[in-house]
Design a protein around this ligand. Structure first.
Ligand code: ADP
Ligand code: MG
Length: 237
């Protein structure tokens, strides 16, 4: 088979960090449970995308990650699948609050993430709730009350619900900031920082971004601990 080095070269993957594990070049390399591999097969996927191949083994080690990759590269499953594995190990009671929290800039993107989480998490009995603005709070609060392992949220709506004390983030141990550059462009930095204050510091944090400007580097430096950085292709600053 291909060596890790030649796979990375071929797919323009560069990594920064100590002892970065080799990419999972095929689904057989992942060791994922059979119910999950079945979903991936049913979706018609033939191999992990480069960002998945490289970020999965890092995330499964429990390490923080900054991943820089353009739109359409498969980042959603890049963080959701290790989140599912994390849930299997942690076995929290979802009534106490979510274990996995994904922050996303817009209602549209949050909904897409939720759809992917439902589709790929169903066979592993993972429950997921989506919180976003521009819609009544009632149904979202009722969904939360039923208990959710995974919450996908826009920062504004999650803050509103936190202020109402209708959700606790005290069980969150896997935090994802998706499209971090866009969230900062949209002015969500204060809300993100308020949310992260409610998440225990003993956690795994993953940040996904299409670009790597200094504002994103600053928040990464503040919220992540000794992250492994994974870049796919050329990095825009
Ligand atoms: P990004 O977040 O990087 O923009 P997405 O996670 O939205 O990308 O993925 C883009 C599309 O690729 C989605 O339709 C997703 O279902 C699909 N996809 C994800 N992983 C794979 C894979 N391993 N093989 C083929 N398609 C995939
Ligand atoms: Mg995405």
């Amino acid at each position: 088979g291909l060596s890790a080095e030649s796979y990375r070269r071929r797919h323009e993957i560069s990594v920064t960090g100590d002892n970065v594990p080799s990419p999972f070049m095929s689904f057989e390399d992942t060791g994922f449970p059979s119910e999950l591999l079945r979903e991936v097969h049913n979706a018609g996927f033939s191999a992990p995308t480069p960002i998945q191949a490289q970020s999965w083994p890092i995330a499964l080690q429990g390490r923080d990650i900054v991943a820089i990759a353009k739109t359409g590269s498969g980042k959603t499953l890049g963080y959701l699948v290790p989140g599912f594995m994390h849930l299997k190990r942690s076995r929290n009671n979802s009534q106490m609050g979510p274990t996995v929290l994904v922050l996303s800039p817009t209602r549209e993107l949050a909904t897409q993430i939720q759809d992917e989480a439902v589709k790929f998490g169903r066979s592993s009995r993972i429950s997921c709730t989506c919180l976003y603005g521009g819609a009544p709070k009632g149904p979202q609060l009722r969904d939360l009350d039923r208990g959710a392992d995974v919450v996908v949220a826009t920062p504004g709506r999650l803050n509103d619900i936190l202020e109402m004390r209708r959700v606790s983030l005290s069980q969150v141990s896997y935090l994802v900031l998706d499209e971090a550059d866009r969230m900062l462009d949209m002015g969500f930095e204060p809300q993100i920082r308020k949310i992260v204050k409610e998440v225990p510091t003993r956690r795994q944090t993953l940040m996904y971004t299409a670009t790597w400007p200094k504002e994103v580097r600053k928040i990464a430096a503040d919220l992540l601990v000794n992250p492994v950085q994974v870049n796919i292709g050329k990095v825009d600053e």
